[in-house]
Design a protein around this ligand. Structure first.
Ligand code: PLP
Length: 456
């Protein structure tokens, strides 16, 4: 009865993000009541392995008392203060210093400065303003355009949704804003020509950037922004040839490179920052989510020395900031999260132990009759559901096979996300090998149930 009342009130009052409200009212929301470790529990008493770490953020798992205690202490000591108008406070400074220490130099670029926000979206809006400000200060105000990729995701604010390459977002609200252009994504499964090698495809996908720069006029382009591995687009892992070619192109035209690491930073790919894994040299790095393991909202931008030097030395006041930029409670949650990650050696564990373990086990799912491709990178993974494996023929999207599979996952104890007919995971970084085995067993079971439905 309590559950039904909650569902009724939910449908009556709560406008959910990324949800069809009428559909939700018809089926009733799934209610997550509590969580512990890598499991969430629903109102019907199910124990469900959270293969998505919430929304790619609860990297340390649920119920970490150290974070709760530290946040509680911080709330009593200094629950809020800001850093506008020449004030500061210890936690923001400590976190900025800590992040500057963690972010490796990329070639000549050092990451000594950080700007804080409360989310990935706000951080990418900050990026738009930062790069335009940079080019203004450089005496090239005509460099305004940011280039991003179709099927990339960079947030839901007007700026973030514009940078995102989701046509379903653009069609709602007259987006993108002027000064944003999109190029193809490096998704070999979908876009490679027959017979084209993965690396040849990667070069072609990267060269779409050069073509776009030339089309727009090189002196009008401010920056290129991309996720190291696309997350919300369906865990799309670029060919090895992709990032080096992107680096060559941004260097050639002198445009800024923004690495949107909202999902990929803080150990998800086995490194503190993903640009290190792929070996490219960004000027700005967006982060959020995992920095606090999702316990308290916090995001930000690591500002590389090329931009920081101009901004700090010539910029004067940057007329930009959020009430909650550097929120002390959020910063404390981040500091404790980073303490735990370091004490438990989680980044190293993902890189050399659990990441490779997941890679092996996940790739083995490709023997399933429904799976056309299964690949992972660190602790993100995606598999493509197909109607016919020999020819990689997709299902008619109207059949909603991905959604069907998602339902079987949930009802049988594991959360996977469906992006069309791509099934994706981003499990907590604290998972052990045996947790991963359990995750894979649950996924295979859900695939079997989906197959039975499809054949029926
Ligand atoms: N950028 C990337 C790569 C993301 O995955 C997300 C969220 O999933 C965002 C930006 C937006 O972050 P937020 O939802 O915190 O605004």
């Amino acid at each position: 009865a309590t559950l039904e009342r909650l569902r009724g009130q939910d449908a009556a009052h709560y406008l959910h993000p990324f949800t069809d409200s009428r559909e939700l009212a018809a089926i009733g929301a799934r209610v997550i009541t509590h969580a512990e470790g890598i499991y969430v529990f629903d109102g019907e008493g199910r124990k469900i392995l959270d293969g998505m770490s919430g929304l790619w953020c609860v990297n340390l798992g649920y119920g970490r008392r150290e974070i709760a205690d530290a946040v509680h202490r911080q709330m009593l000591e200094l629950p809020y203060y800001n850093s506008f108008f020449q004030t500061t406070h210890p936690r923001a400074v400590e976190l900025a210093t800590r992040l500057a220490t963690l972010a490796p130099a990329a070639g000549e670029t050092r990451f000594d400065h950080v700007f804080f926000s409360s989310s990935g979206s706000e951080s990418n809006d900050t990026n738009i303003r930062l790069v335009r400000r940079y080019w203004d200060l450089m005496g090239q105000p005509q460099r305004k355009t940011l280039i991003s990729r179709w099927n990339g995701y960079h947030g839901s604010t007007i700026g973030g949704a514009s940078l995102s390459g989701m046509s379903g977002m653009h069609s709602q609200g007259d987006l993108p804003i002027p000064g944003v252009a999109h190029i193809m994504q490096p998704f070999a499964f979908e876009h490679a020509h027959p017979g084209e090698s993965r690396d040849d495809f990667g070069l072609r996908a990267a060269r779409a950037l050069e073509e776009k720069i030339l089309e727009l006029g090189p002196d009008t382009v401010a920056a290129f922004i991309a996720e190291p591995v696309q997350g919300a687009g369906g865990v799309i892992i670029p060919p090895d040839s992709y990032w080096p070619e992107i680096q060559r192109i941004v260097d050639k035209y002198g445009i800024l490179l923004i690495s949107d690491e909202v999902i990929c930073a803080f150990g998800r790919l086995g490194h503190w920052f993903a640009y290190e894994k792929f070996g490219y040299r960004p000027d700005l790095v967006t982060f959020a989510k995992g920095v606090t393991s999702g316990y308290v909202p916090l995001g930000g931008v690591m500002v590389g020395s090329r931009v920081a030097k101009v901004l700090v030395e010539q910029g004067g006041e940057f007329n930009h900031g959020y009430t909650y930029s550097g929120h002390p409670v959020a910063c404390q949650a981040a500091l404790t999260t980073l303490d735990i990650m370091q004490a438990e050696g989680l980044v190293e564990r993902v890189r050399s132990d659990t990441g490779p373990w997941l890679a092996q086990g996940f790739a083995a799912l490709a023997d399933h009759p429904l799976v056309g491709l299964a690949e992972s990178c660190g602790m993100v993974a995606g598999l493509q559901l197909v109607r016919d494996r020999a020819s990689n023929t997709l299902f008619d999207s109207a059949l909603g096979v991905g959604m069907l599979c998602r339902g079987h996952c949930f009802n049988n104890g594991v959360i996977m996300r469906a992006v069309g007919d791509r099934m994706i995971i981003a499990p907590p970084l604290v998972m052990t090998r045996s947790d991963i085995d359990e995750l894979l067993r649950l996924i295979r079971h859900a695939l079997d149930l989906t197959l039975a439905d499809v054949r029926a």
